[in-house]
Design a protein around this ligand. Structure first.
Ligand SMILES: C[S@@+](CC[C@H](N)C(=O)[O-])C[C@H]1O[C@@H](n2cnc3c(N)ncnc32)[C@H](O)[C@@H]1O
Length: 266
């Protein structure tokens, strides 16, 4: 593994917001996963006055949805780099630039804390999960969603074994935990949450057109870095793109684990 990848930190390198396609990639992530997220958040029956924290808000769609959903409440959209979030979207939305590994919130401040595809990037993820439970008021909900990667070597497509394998190796080298999502329901319970639940959303090659577009942009965005790191050669990237274009039968390579739990006390 190249020094460049290993040294780049969890939310830089392959996922840097300086990359020209990163905003589009985040918007495809939203298109793919917002329906599942919204379904879960709807089930929580938040009152219109709820105080919400959207952690690692990315391109902003769930923060915007929450701001509409709780018109008499408030939404904090926190992100280490909030450049893609519209600060004027709604009067009850506050955008905060913050590194959640270094800053904290007052205990009991929120009725909902939600984070999707964020904790897997944090080295201190288990500690911050425990802190996030404390940020909740009694009866408040913590909803954590993260991506669980199934082993690339199980793919039926040799081109995908190479391309997906290189991508996951590079993510792991950046310090991203590709399997912690599976542990989140148990960790929520261990942190004192009740009413713990889970749902999963499959992703991967041929699963649907948005997933294919997400994978295509990922190949374009990461190609140079992966070849530079010696993980792939350009021909392997071209073969993976051709596989995507051939509309193959689905190959599920990820599950988004959506886990939720409630701070007791109501
Ligand atoms: C993969 S994106 C997910 C964006 C959004 N939650 C979604 O699912 O559409 C991860 C987001 O977490 C933010 N992030 C990463 N590390 C962070 C940290 N230490 N503190 C706050 N935000 C962080 C990134 O800037 C990025 O916007």
């Amino acid at each position: 593994m190249s020094e460049t990848l290993a040294d780049s930190g969890a939310y830089t390198g392959l996922l840097s917001k300086d990359l020209p396609t990163e905003q589009a990639r985040l918007q495809l992530l939203e298109q793919s996963y917002d329906p599942g997220t919204v379904k879960i958040l709807e089930q929580l029956e938040l009152p219109p006055t709820a105080r919400c924290l959207e952690l690692g808000a990315g391109a902003g769609s769930i923060a915007y949805w929450l701001a509409d959903r709780v018109p008499a409440g408030s939404v904090v959209a926190a992100d280490i780099d909030p450049r893609f979030i519209d600060t004027d979207h709604a009067p009850n939305l506050t955008v905060r630039r913050m590194d959640i590994t270094r800053e904290d919130f007052v205990p009991g401040s929120f009725d909902l804390v939600h984070a999707r595809a964020v904790f897997m990037h944090l080295a201190e993820r288990e500690e911050i999960l425990k802190r996030a439970v404390q940020w909740l008021a009694p009866g408040g909900w913590l909803v954590l969603e993260d991506v669980y990667f199934v082993p690339a070597e199980d793919s039926p497509y040799p081109e995908w074994r190479q391309a997906h394998g290189a991508w996951t190796a590079a993510l792991a080298a950046q310090g991203i935990d590709l399997s912690w999502a599976r542990r989140t329901p148990a960790l929520l319970a261990a942190a004192g949450c009740t009413s713990v639940g889970v749902a999963v959303t499959p992703g991967g090659l041929g699963v649907d057109p948005v997933q294919d577009e997400l994978l295509r942009i990922r190949l374009i965005q990461s190609g140079e870095t992966l070849t530079g790191a010696g993980l792939l050669i350009p021909e392997q990237i071209e073969r993976a793109k051709a596989l995507l274009d051939s509309r193959p039968a689905p190959d599920v390579s990820t599950f988004v684990y959506s886990s939720w739990g409630r701070r007791p006390g109501v």
